[in-house]
Design a protein around this ligand. Structure first.
Ligand code: ZN
Length: 371
């Protein structure tokens, strides 16, 4: 196997004055970089190109980012001063009914209505949480249709799921959301729902292919898959929390999806993005012509754009050749070769088949001539 070098590998070699190894394969971006450097008068000392990012920190990365430079995502993130959580029952109650929290409760109701109107939840399905302190989370109650909630229905809990305020009991699935929030501080809001197209992938155990639609790469990142565990159990919280560290959108096997964002609308959008993506991929697969991938070098640009928009992406540390690994769906993701269903005409005939055809032909002729 020839060695595959990405732009980062090539930059490291050139920066340290080493030659490109004989016979190495260069990715398209790496080739461009070699071309660029040939026009430079002398090796240029560069700072480290893209460090391997910790999942939590969203650091802008260098590189082309396309026409959306400077775009900002609407910001409704709830910010608090660390160490300032209310502690006494009176302070907790005052906090729970403060104007900022009442505003958030209304936002949660609004997103719940949108979930229900879009058919992303059925019956009492789905739930929403928003982190509002070091150890405080607003959450939807159990057994309620998400389309018809009012601010008075909301509950306040701590990161272990203990209820601190609110007249209705919190949803049991809040534990799953907390599993993510405990491990990923950037997860300020989680939404869980059962959107049919994304859930179809989750029950078919089909991983969602990548490198097909740029917006999905930017706003969803790599879609994670959590193994099935009974909803609402600590095991489910553990599994989803583990996957949630590096994935903002997660398919929960045989159950539904959970996403996280910096605020409740940001998280809700990801549910819409995820279901629309899965619906489109499913329709495209039905066309029977295979799915056309835009390839890993273009995906690098989208990952950089995602980082610029403040969303973490563990794929920033991957090599280009690892980025569009659609191995589960490979037969349909790669551009299909010309149909090869018919046996080539110069293939040797099957002797047994020839003999059988001859035998039937002889028998037909015998019967005809006997009439
Ligand atoms: Zn559920």
């Amino acid at each position: 196997m020839p060695q595959v070098l990405t732009a980062r590998d090539v930059a490291a070699l050139l920066d340290s004055g080493q030659p490109i190894p004989e016979g190495a394969l260069l990715t398209p971006t790496a080739r461009d970089l070699v071309g660029e450097r040939r026009h430079l008068p002398a090796p240029v000392a560069r700072s480290v190109p893209v460090p391997a990012l910790p999942a939590v920190v969203a650091t802008p990365a260098p590189g082309p980012v396309g026409p959306m430079i400077g775009a900002t995502v609407p910001d409704h993130e709830f910010k608090w001063r660390p160490g300032s959580d209310p502690r006494t029952p009176e302070d907790i109650q005052r906090f729970f009914t403060s104007p900022a929290i009442e505003d958030l409760k209304r936002r949660i109701c609004d997103m719940g209505r949108r979930l229900w109107l879009k058919d992303f939840t059925d019956g009492n399905g789905g739930n929403i949480t928003v982190r509002v302190g070091d150890n405080l989370v607003l959450c939807t109650p159990t057994l309620i249709c998400k389309g018809f909630m009012t601010p008075d229905d909301m509950a306040l809990i701590d990161l272990d799921g203990r209820q601190l305020a609110g007249s209705r009991k919190r949803t049991s699935e809040a534990l799953t959301h907390l599993g993510i929030m405990k491990r990923q501080p950037a997860a300020k809001a989680c939404v869980h729902a059962h959107p049919p197209h994304a859930t179809a992938f989750a029950i078919a155990n089909a991983s969602v292919p990548t490198c097909l639609i740029p917006e999905a790469e930017v706003f969803l990142g790599k879609i994670g898959v959590a193994q099935y565990e009974t909803p609402g159990t600590p095991e489910n919280a553990e599994e989803v929390g583990r996957i949630g560290v590096d994935h903002q959108a997660i398919l929960m096997q045989n159950h539904g999806v959970i996403v996280w964002g910096k605020d409740v609308e940001d998280a809700y959008w990801k549910i819409e993005n995820l279901d629309a993506y899965c619906r489109t991929v499913a329709i495209a697969q039905g066309l029977g012509t295979g799915l056309h991938s835009f390839g890993p070098d273009k995906l690098k640009d989208l990952i950089n754009l995602r980082l610029k928009l403040g969303m973490p992406d563990a794929r920033a540390a991957l090599k280009e050749c690892e980025l569009c690994d659609n191995s589960d769906l490979r037969p349909t993701v790669v551009v299909p070769a010309p149909a090869a269903a018919a046996a080539p005409s110069d293939a040797p005939p099957d002797a047994d088949l020839e003999a059988l055809v001859q035998k039937i032909t002889d028998e037909i002729l015998r019967r005809l001539s006997a009439k």
